[in-house]
Structures are given as C-alpha cells and as structure tokens.
Design a protein. Structure first.
Lengths: 173, 464
C-alpha cells in the first residue's frame, strides 16, 4: 500500500476518466489492483507500479468494455458523484459533454490528453507509460486539444440550436 | 497571455475534484483481494501444451516398450499347458514305465544333420537314396505310427523332433524323395498355395512363379522367410505334400509344379510336372538360396542337368512332362558338362564373336547371339548358315570338343557364354556356362532373359 499511496491520485483520476459513462470505476480499479497483486513479483521497481497500473487500466478498459456506448445509468452515477463533490449542474453537463467528446478522439491522443490534463502527469512520464518519446506525446496532446476544441464547438452549436428550438416549442404550446 | 478555453476550465475542475475512490477504500479493496494460492507459484509453469506433450511422449515410450519387448515368455506360457507333441509320443511307449519328465522347455533344438531315425511309417520303406543329406522318416499326423522304442536315459530323448524357436512346435522332417503327385493333388496344391499367397500379399499375380523353400522350422517364399503366424498357416498347407527338408524346394509355375533339391553342383533332383516356363528359370536363379550355383562369378559352372532319363523325356513329346534328375558324368569326368575350362570357354566366346562379326551375323561384340548347333544345319539368331559358312563353324566348335545335337545351343552375350542342350519348352537340361550377369536381376533387368527378344529371335517355333 505504501508503494500504491503515491500512485493513488493520478491512477484513480485516470480510471474515472476511462470509466465515465461506461462502467463502474470501482470495478475497474478492483480488476487492475487484483492484476497488480498477482503480478507484483514481476514489477521489479516500485516506480514502475504506477506505469503498470495505468497500462493495466487502459488494457482492461479496452478488452472488457471496448466499443461500449455511454449508458444513462453510469452517466447518472458519475454525475451524482460530481454533484456530491459540489459541482454545479451546468458544469456537470459540460463535463459530460467533455467526456463524450474525448471518447471520439483517437485512442492514443485521448489517453495522452487525459493523462496530461486530468491525471496531471508530465510529458516525460506519459512518454514512459506509452513507450514513446516526449516530442511525440507533445504532438499528440496538441492535436488532441485542437480536435477537442473543434468537436466541443460543434457540440455547443448543436446544443444552442436545440435549446432555441425547445424554447420556441414551449412558447408555441 | 493565452486565453483559457472552456475545456481547460473543465480539465482544471476534474483535476482538482476529489477522487471518486478514496485511498482508504482502495486499502479495503486490497485487503479483500483473494490470497494467492500456494500452488500458483509453480503451477503456472505448466500449461496445456506441456501436459499434452508429456502425455503423448509417455504413451509413445510405453507403446514402444510393449511393442519391442520379447514375446517368448508369453508364448511359452500360452503353449506349455497344451500337451506337447514330444510328450505325446513318449507316452505312447507301452514298455516304458517312467513318466516323461520332459517339459517343452527342456527340449533343446537338434540340428537336422544329427538326426537319427527312430520312427517308421507302417506302409513305407526306406529307399536307396543318393541324397547327400541323412534320411529321416516323416511321421505324418494322419498316419498310424508304431510305438517308439523305450527311452533309456535322457540322452535318448526324441532326436527327430526339432523345436521351432519361439513356438515350441515340433517340426518333423523327411528328406525322402517326395511322392509322385497326382494331377488332382498338383492342382489342389497349386491352387491352395496360390490363393493363400495372394491373400497374404506374398505374390501379386496368379501367373507369378513361386519358389518355396522348406527347411525344417522355416518356410521361405520367393526368398522371404515367413513370420511365425504365416509359418503356422503354410506349414499346415505344405507339409502334407512337401515334407520339410533342408534344401528342398517347391517350384510352381503357370502349369508347372516341381518338388526337389538344387544341389551345389547345379543339379535338380526331384519330381515335376508341367511345362517349365522360362520365367521359372529366371526367378529361381536370383533367389538367395540358389546362389550356390555360383552363376554370377567368373568361374565355369554347370547349369541344371538331366540324367539318362532326360533323353527319354526329351524324346517324349507329351507336353508338360519335364523332369530333372541327375545328369550323367561329363566327358572328362571333371564335372563340367562339356569338359571345357574357364579359359577355353572365354576363348570360344571371343572366337565366335569375332567370327559372327566377320560374317556379318551380328553388328558388334555387344550384341547377343544364339547359335543353334544341329547336325543338319547351323543357325545363328534364327538364320541358317550356308554350307561353307557352317563348315567353318563346325571346325571351330570341333576344336573345343563340342558336338552337334538337336537341342544344342550356344548363347553368347557380352558378359557370358552358355553351351547347353535346351528343351523345346524352354528348359535347359545340360549345360556349361561361364561369365556373369547370366541371371536376371529383378530390380535391374539385365542378363540372359532380361530382353525377351533375345530368345524370341531363336528359330524354335514353340519356344515359349
């Protein structure tokens, strides 16, 4: 647990991001921890534990919940959790939109962006986790940002239009 | 300053919001993780592949051990309860009061040559024999046998009984000249043997010639020694008509049956019936058990020869009656049919070949030739020579003491020369040969009869 304590925060945030709207975060964490426990002897350096956990979480999410669409029950559950932490409803809606948009990004770009922005890893650490170079990670994150911004703008426009239509429908009724 | 976008704000919120699962909760999860079973540490070295490979290897090893383990003990055990024949014979003696102490395993195999006759049949008598092998009377299972003399001691144990190794089956043998086969018996024997051999894939065609050797305790079909199972089967079929005897052969052709010995001097002794087809000679010569004929070395050797009876048989035009018996002594008593030495044979060959080429009867030395040396005419490869030419050949042959005869021929090929008397049915009754490759190698056809045209070109109309 001592080795784990330092990894806890970024690991859970990453798991939350992976699981948002799709699965129970606790299930994913439990799976990954069990796997780490079974292969603990093979993790030579304690510093590699975090990398192992991140990679395991990613692989598990791919193998078990690949192509799974957002499900209302999980979205609600995660939204409730954010509500409990004092996040406003509008912000929760934006977070939901953010996760949905993230889901549309290429896997590698999304992972790099989540690890950098949400888990708070440095470029170097992400490069180590993804077995890549720092430059490549920088590029991935940059591209992911641009893509995310574009997709978010589209979504917002659509949402504004649907809001106007809803308002007009209410007035006409 | 770079403006902060909405996404950045959201990321910041997500980065700062407390984690969904607290460290304490993770601690609880870890505590509740199922402990690793102890065997997990070493069991992971084994997988399905390892287990399968080990199982297959073990099975193969055990199967090999079982397959190649000696079966003698098993067979002994299975046969011992049955009353062995030797014991049966011993118990027939009314005079002996001793209980036979012998057990099958105590009977040691006896060499055929050391056999003493101790049993006689009721209706047979010993004939004067010219066999080189000692005679032993054959005791047929179907015939009544006289009581054997009482056994005095252990040394007097049955000496006429040979134990076949691994089988503990007593094999009796009889080297008397075989009885004349009736036509019915011949037909039955031929059909029965042919059918059985075909079924057992020992021959592949009904027309195929068969040579069976029947030494005691063994049956050799076309040079192949039969295994135990087949031996038992064929001993039942054969031994009634062809009693086992060292060197005895049963020869079966399309219409031919012969039972007899090939002696080391190139004689065939026995009885036969039916026209001897040429392929019998071809087949018989390369058989391993006939190598004592020494046809393939460079020495001068006799071929099959006949006796005085031969003359009668040759003059007897009844088809299908060819009998080989002993041949008369050669002119010089040397054992060679024409009394020619190896050097003389080679010299004759060279001179004849040179003469053939000179007279344009053959194109080259490598060609084959048959010279038919009859009193009235001489023919070379079916072509009758003119009187002048024939006289020159007569002179040449006379220098080698070769006289004319109705059935006399000289066969010449690059590797050999044969001088002999040939029957109209294709057999050779008297002859002398020198050279090599006279026999047909079945794998690599060569030699005298490899090329059928070699004989077909001969003028004898009913050669085949």
């Amino acid at each position: 647990m001592k080795a784990y304590a330092t990894c806890h925060d970024p690991f859970i945030r990453y798991c939350s991001a992976l699981a948002y709207g799709k699965m129970d975060t606790e299930d994913l964490v439990q799976d990954v921890l069990l796997s780490a426990f079974q292969h603990f002897d093979q993790i030579r350096k304690r510093g590699e534990l975090l990398h192992y956990l991140i990679r395991a979480a990613r692989n598990r999410s791919i193998s078990k919940w690949r192509k799974r669409k957002f499900q209302t029950e999980w979205v609600d559950k995660h939204s409730d959790h954010l509500e409990a932490k004092g996040i406003s409803p509008e912000m929760r809606l934006d977070i939901q939109l953010l996760y949905r948009t993230l889901d549309r990004l290429p896997d590698q770009q999304r992972d790099a962006l989540v690890l950098f922005e949400i888990s708070g890893f440095s470029m170097k650490e992400i490069a180590a986790i993804q077995s890549s170079t720092e430059g490549a990670i920088k590029t991935k994150i940059s591209r992911a940002r641009k893509q995310l911004k574009r997709l978010m703008a589209e979504k917002n426009a659509t949402r504004d239009m649907s809001g106007i239509l809803n308002t007009l429908q209410t007035i006409s009724l | 300053m770079k403006p902060v976008g909405k996404e950045d704000q959201l990321f910041e919120v997500l980065r700062e919001v407390p984690t969904e699962i607290s460290l304490e909760k993770v601690g609880l999860i870890v505590k509740n993780l199922p402990p690793l079973p102890l065997w997990k540490n070493w069991l992971h070295y084994f997988n399905l592949n390892t287990i399968l490979m080990s199982a297959i290897t073990t099975t193969i090893i055990i199967a090999s051990l079982l397959l190649f383990s000696p079966k003698e003990q098993q067979q002994d055990q299975s046969i011992v309860p049955a009353k062995p024949m030797s014991e049966e014979i011993l118990s027939l003696s009314p005079e002996t009061k001793t209980t036979p102490r012998t057990r099958p395993k105590s009977i040691s195999p006896v060499k055929p040559l050391s056999i003493r006759p101790i049993f006689t049949t009721e209706n047979r008598e010993l004939r004067p024999s010219d066999f080189s092998l000692p005679l032993t009377k054959f005791v047929s299972n179907t015939k009544a046998i006289s009581p054997p003399p009482p056994l005095q001691n252990d040394k007097a144990k049955p000496s006429s009984v040979t134990i076949r190794p691994n089988l503990m089956i007593p094999v009796q043998y009889n080297c008397d000249p075989p009885l004349d086969l009736t036509k019915e018996n011949q037909k039955r024997l031929k059909q029965q043997i042919r059918r059985s051999l075909l079924l057992d894939h020992l021959i592949f065609s009904k027309k195929e010639s068969i040579i069976i050797e029947v030494p005691p305790g063994e049956i050799i079909v076309n040079g192949t020694t039969l295994g135990e199972d087949l031996y038992e089967k064929y001993s039942l079929i054969l031994y009634q008509d062809v009693p086992p005897c060292p060197g005895r052969h049963l020869v079966i052709g399309k219409e031919f049956v012969g039972i007899g010995h090939f002696t080391s001097t190139g004689q065939f002794k026995g009885v036969s019936s039916g026209p001897l087809p040429a392929d019998i000679l071809r087949k018989s010569l390369p058989a391993k058990n006939l190598l004592d004929l020494s046809l393939s070395d460079e020495s001068s050797t006799e071929l099959f020869t006949g006796t005085d009876l031969r003359t009668t048989l040759l003059s007897d035009e009844r088809p299908g009656n060819t009998t080989f018996l002993e041949h008369p002594k050669s002119q010089d008593g040397s054992g060679n049919a024409f009394g020619l030495s190896w050097g003389e044979m080679q010299q004759l060959k060279r001179k004849l070949l040179a003469q053939f080429i000179k007279d344009k009867l053959i194109e080259a030395k490598q060609k084959k030739a048959i010279l038919s040396y009859r009193k009235e005419a001489i023919m070379v490869n079916g072509k009758a020579l003119s009187t002048t030419l024939a006289d020159s050949y007569r002179e040449l042959l006379a220098t080698f003491r070769i006289t004319a005869s109705d059935s006399r021929e000289i066969h010449i090929a690059p590797q050999f020369i044969i001088i002999g008397n040939f029957t109209s049915k294709g057999g050779m009754t008297l002859g002398q040969a020198s050279g090599k490759d006279m026999i047909v190698n079945q794998r690599k056809p060569s030699g005298l009869y490899a090329d059928d045209t070699f004989r077909l070109i001969h003028a004898v109309e009913d050669w085949h």
